[in-house]
Ligand binder design. Sequence first.
Ligand code: GDP
Ligand code: MG
Length: 675
Amino acid sequence: MKNVPIKKIRNFAIAGHAGSGKTLLSDLMLFKARKVTRLGRVQDKNSVSDYHPDEHEKQNSIYATPLNCVWNDHTFFFIDTPGYADFFGDTKAALSIVDAILVVINGVEGIEIGTNRAWRTAKEGNKPRIIFINSLDKEYSDFNTVLDSIQKTYGKTVCVPFTLPVGNESNLEEVVHVLRSNKIPDELRESVKKYKSALMDTVAEADEDLMMRYLDGEELSEEEISHGLKDAILGGSLVPVFAGSVEKDIGITELMNGVVNLFCNPLFTKKIPMDSGELELKEDGVGKAFVFKTVADPFIGQLSFFRVYSGILTADSDVYNVTKNSKERLGHFHVLNGKEQMTIHTAYPGYIIAVAKLKQTKINDTISTTLSGPQFLPTKFPKPNMSYACYPLKRGDEDKIASGLNRLAEEDPTVKVERHPETRELLLSGLGDQHLKIITNRLKSDFKTEIDLRTPKVPYRETITKIGNGKYRHKKQSGGHGQFGEVCLRIEPLRDDDFEFASEVVGGNIPKNYIPSVEKGVKEAMKKGELSNSRIINIKAVVYDGKYHAVDSSDIAFQIAGRGAFREAMKQANPKILEPHMHLKILVPDQYMGDVTGDLNQRRGRIQGMNVEEGMQLVEAEVPLAEVHSYASQLRSITQGKGRFDMEFSHYEQVPATISKQIENAATKEEQEDK
Ligand SMILES: Nc1nc2c(ncn2[C@@H]2O[C@H](COP(=O)(O)OP(=O)(O)O)[C@@H](O)[C@H]2O)c(=O)[nH]1
Ligand SMILES: [Mg+2]
């Protein structure tokens, strides 16, 4: 790779709904820029971007792929991102570290859920955007309808066309450039005039001097126009819209020129926010990079992806991981194009490079040539919203599975692996069924072990509803050293207070030093209730009487008596099963409200409030955990992917009698199987 002036670097990501043509566009850009000699295609399994075997199998992007090419003397570092919600972790990481975002919209479908997700993320990160309306060669595509809805949704004065299609779906010929084309077909003359004047107004507004000259009727130079537009794009008040077809290679040259002329170079913003203060972006000096992705590459081993923001980084040198407060030795730098790699020696602002075999470096770390200084703001990843319990297909594979899953979770922050403290199941959580399926596939291919994903056990609890008394005598006095202890115990329901223990024993019927033994026995008994084999909570236990033996009483004897007395007391105390309830916040478009609330009712949910947020309905509800295990998929299917939700633990609540019976039966069955 030749040394390129930073001014001639463009760093961006391609985002949008799945199937809008992002990957084909990426492949076509590489082909047009002569980076590759053959146009790759996802279906033919020769796409440069979708090269991973998982992507071949699914025929869709799963991972964000860094790519690069040179176009019009400018070097593009860009990332093709997956559109599916399940793989949004990688997309979020990519969208957070690029300078700008190219949003691809399907010219047939218009704005889709993945479009909004990309848009929202871009806007939150204050990223300059260009929209590309694709597939205008396809039957039923319609530029004007899609443009109309884009302008309605994202702003009429914001989204202004730079190119317009000539012809329609069946005979799409070319595009005309609103500012540059000389030959304009009659039917587009009016539109071109309208959009050109809108754009020139934007340019003039950027600068008073330009405004005066423009109003005086002076022609502005290409550079002046470009500068004025860039400012507006950077501020988010202008989003250029391009039109075309990747399939037919129509409008792509104009789009790529748009990237050159309308997106900024990596130093243009001069500063970026850090965890404390700002980082001044410089062409040379202290090298500063952010680690946005790590993968275990089967050929190269551990790879860490850096986005260089400021200064210079050199291969084969010592640097610091500021986040970990440690030194790292950098080996070779790789610039990747899918699986193709090129080795370089120096990396500058705007570069996206991969570095092999870093020991301590993880996602979200700051790398610097000096140890001090602020850190980059970490990418906020979506929280996992779906969990399964992992069961090994082969006995004895437990450790292999846990360590494999933990490695995969390190690579993908939207994966969580944990052993549930109560049910003891190994839980694998992620962003959806597809996501977890990919993780299990990788466990098989990379770690050679297989798992079965099952619905996780619900961590039920038990409590009592009235006072109970119990008496238990533990006595073994035949032969040798005897054992003796007797405990009288009362248990009372408590509210929101997990456990209390007290003694009302008088006259030394149980000596003081054995009272803690009784408590220990009670706590032991509370680990497993008789209805559901789950923990017993919200109880006050009072030991009020007992008996002891001067020689045969012992700590263990009183533990056993305490446990026994507790079990006896439970029989009188009318125990009940409690289940965890979750608090859900669900965002849905109006038209799905009825279906969503109806479905919540079926899941024993209680709707607690409705509000309007982000132009959608916000439903808040409390639903038993047992009913929302796969809610992510359910909500997606009810709302055709347009709904979103967040959930967190709320509280424990008594289960209805019919369901209690089912739980008790299941617990008895499990108990028998374990024996
Ligand atoms: N007719 C037509 N098909 C397209 C166009 N762009 C992409 N496609 C097809 O749409 C499908 C999805 O494309 P892909 O690039 O994988 O979409 P992505 O999910 O956005 O990356 C593929 O079959 C492409 O060949 C286009 O401009 N016209
Ligand atoms: Mg793709």
